[in-house]
Write a protein that binds this ligand. Structure first.
Ligand SMILES: O=C(O)c1ccccc1NCC(=O)[C@H](O)[C@H](O)COP(=O)(O)O
Length: 318
């Protein structure tokens, strides 16, 4: 597998946001470049006492992720990640687009999430994934690989991938392209990129890096300014062809639980434009909403191409 080293972008952040009324409200990304802290080998240098607290759970997880990946990058630099991937036998990615071209009209395709119950829960992934895929006809499985809050693990991606035939999507908090190589190495077919974490310009940059690794970039959006900015970038061809899949998840930033409030209003407002621009829309369901046929039909009629159910914690079919 040949990997590209340079990821050219066609325009600046200012160009992306030009003409937009509301700016994207991004969580703060702790960066070693802003002088707050620096890792050198396994020693952390910084000014004690000046650090602010994270404002919400998402920000806490973003900061923790940056610290985690910074340490892991020291141990395995990007060049090594690339050569590890080039030498591996990951095989071709499974095609997310095919799900939608094969779909019967009207109804949304059903995606399931695999999420661990506890840090010790190492064995359930293949069983649950198989049940979801076979008994519930899931068209893709999302693996929650976030480790700090959801006990996730990239080995889960590989184990689920070995069990099911459908595409496997990695849901983590991406703050360095380094993580995309890790996801691909563990057989991810697609990755979820969170606009509230990355901002518009980096979302498109990360989407391009995701695509260059053969994976599909799924862009998670929480609110209207994010959706408008991405549709605008697509419309003005400022996205390098990367805005193809949007995941609507209006999350409480302290619990990360998504809400379905306003979803039909958002779909009514944006689905037609998205369709016109060739963008597939996915909706994340809150845990208490069972993804029955009536809901899939209703959301499908409002323009949702896929619905992501959050109910995969035990091996009972729905
Ligand atoms: O929300 C995020 O930012 C996020 C980041 C990385 C991995 C997963 C992420 N969200 C998924 C979730 O928050 C939960 O999986 C989802 O809300 C369902 O949780 P539950 O209600 O416990 O089934």
């Amino acid at each position: 597998m040949q990997l590209a080293w340079v990821l050219p972008l066609t325009c600046s952040q200012e160009e992306y946001s030009q003409g937009k009324k509301e700016k994207i409200e991004q969580v703060r990304r702790r960066s070693i470049r802003n002088g707050r802290q620096v890792y050198a080998e396994n020693v952390l240098w910084g000014v004690e006492g000046l650090e602010e607290e994270p404002r919400n759970l998402l920000e806490e997880l973003v900061w923790a992720k940056e610290r985690e990946i910074e340490v892991r990058r020291q141990r395995m630099p990007l060049a090594l990640m690339k050569s590890r991937l080039e030498k591996s036998d990951v095989g071709p990615t499974r095609n997310l687009d095919a799900i939608f071209s094969e779909r019967a009209s009207g109804e949304s395709a059903l995606f399931f999430r695999y999420q661990r119950c506890s840090p010790e829960d190492t064995e359930s992934a293949p069983t649950l994934a198989a049940v979801a895929a076979e008994k519930n006809d899931a068209k893709a499985i999302v693996v929650n690989a976030e480790s700090r809050h959801f006990y996730g693990n990239y080995e889960d991606i590989r184990r689920v991938h070995e069990t099911v035939a459908c595409p496997v999507i990695c849901h983590d908090i991406f703050v360095y392209p380094w993580q995309l190589y890790d996801a691909r190495f563990h057989r991810a077919d697609a990755c979820v990129l969170i606009t509230k974490v990355l901002g518009l310009k980096d979302t498109i940059y990360f989407a391009k890096a995701t695509s260059l690794l053969g994976m599909a970039p799924i862009i998670e959006v929480h609110d209207v300014p994010e959706i408008e900015s991405l549709l605008d970038a697509k419309q003005r061809q400022r996205d390098d062809g990367q805005v193809r899949f949007l995941l609507f998840a209006k999350r409480d930033l302290n619990s990360l639980v998504p809400s379905l409030d306003d979803t039909t209003a958002l779909l009514s407002r944006f689905a037609q434009d998205a369709k016109h621009l060739g963008i597939r829309l996915m909706i994340e369901l809150p845990r208490e909403r069972a993804p029955n046929a009536a809901l899939l039909q209703e959301l499908g009629e409002h323009g949702a191409d896929a619905v992501l159910a959050s109910a995969m914690r035990d091996d009972r079919p729905l």
